[in-house]
Design a protein around this ligand. Sequence first.
Ligand SMILES: [Zn+2]
Length: 78
Amino acid sequence: MTLALLALGALLVASLAYTVACWAAPFTTCSRCKGLGKRTTWLRNERPCQACKSTGRRVRLGRRIHTRASALHQRGTR
Ligand SMILES: [Zn+2]
């Protein structure tokens, strides 16, 4: 019982920390190009990164969920 309560508390703290991170810094470095904006193919050709459109940054998943949810709320409460 105590272990489950401890695990639940840790999960709550981690999700709260992620929420604060999404609020404070909604952008993070692109994981595909590691923030470079370009990718190297196996033939060593450089191509622009398609995942981040060569910006090297992408929106966090939690922020995307928040944006979608707030847009849905806006549409629903018009
Ligand atoms: Zn990228």
